[in-house]
Design a protein around this ligand. Structure first.
Ligand code: NAD
Length: 248
């Protein structure tokens, strides 16, 4: 495991799922973590347990992030939400909300973090994208759009940050065992016209050659590696962890 002693790491959506696993893994690797989440009580409890800090923030309120200044060595853009509807039924305000949380907020947090990273000559931007940053699925127009946009933001950050010692990369998991996945089972069943108990096998795992969900800790272990010194030449990449889905 990379030694992150002396590094600071800000993890959005760090109160649950992949973000929580990242916070635990970064803290275990020696980093001082800040848990940024709209769920302030849980963020505070996680921060206390890990000896870190918390920041209660609603990342959909992007106007309030415009003049932000952040000091962090590692930024994990992880917070996200899902909404499953055919385009014809997809509420425009939900589409806009998802793009604010999953595209605009990462842009604003990167923008707020880069000056300090440039000054210190070191930075790691880790964007939790998805296999849906590289592939589409029906009924997920906003999510697929947002994750494809995040890929572009990550690559641009990689090019601008590289000369300053700042790398930017995406992690692209398939379905991960988190509340975000559990919450969409009913909607997936409705949209696909199948029983809820068939959703994992018939919708989520159809494309993966390995028939199980990804564990949050597996995603976190890749994030920790990307944050370490030995990954200094990994820049502008997108690392799939999807059991082979995107090999098709
Ligand atoms: P999760 O629901 O378990 O956790 C998401 C966290 O983000 C929660 O703590 C939530 O409070 C926080 N959050 C949501 N909206 C917020 C807002 N407006 N401001 C601040 N915080 C907010 O979800 P997860 O499955 O751990 O997903 C984390 C990331 O991983 C997301 O970007 C998601 O798209 C991505 N991802 C998830 C999967 C999966 O299958 N679970 C697969 C690929 C990518």
């Amino acid at each position: 495991m990379a030694d992150l002693t002396g590094r600071t790491a800000l993890i959005t959506g760090g109160a649950s799922g992949i973000g929580l696993a990242c916070a635990e893994a970064f803290a275990a690797a020696g980093a001082e973590v800040t848990i940024a989440d709209v769920n302030g009580d849980t963020a505070a409890a996680v921060a206390e347990r890990l000896g870190g800090k918390h920041w209660t923030v609603d990342l959909s309120q992007t106007r309030e992030l415009a003049d932000l200044s952040l000091s962090t060595d590692i930024l994990v853009n992880n917070a996200g939400i899902q909404h499953v509807r055919p385009i014809l039924e997809f509420e425009p305000e939900t589409f806009a909300l998802m793009l604010r949380i999953m595209v605009e907020a990462p842009f604003l947090l990167i923008r707020a973090s880069l000056p300090g990273m440039y000054e210190r000559g070191f930075g790691r931007v880790i964007n939790i994208s998805s296999v849906h940053g590289l592939r589409a699925s029906e009924f997920k127009s906003a999510y697929v759009t947002a994750k494809h946009a995040l890929e572009g933001l990550s690559k641009t950050t990689a090019l601008e940050g590289g000369p300053h010692g700042v790398t930017s990369n995406c992690i692209n998991p398939g379905y991960v065992r988190t509340p975000l996945v559990e919450k969409q089972i009913a909607d997936q069943a409705k949209a696909h016209g199948i029983p809820e108990e068939d959703v994992v096998e018939k919708v989520m795992l159809t494309e993966s050659a390995i028939k199980r969900l990804v564990e949050p800790a597996e995603v976190a272990s890749l994030a920790v590696w990307l944050a370490g010194d030995t990954a200094g030449m990994v820049n502008g990449a997108s690392y799939t962890m999807d059991g082979g889905w995107s090999a098709r």
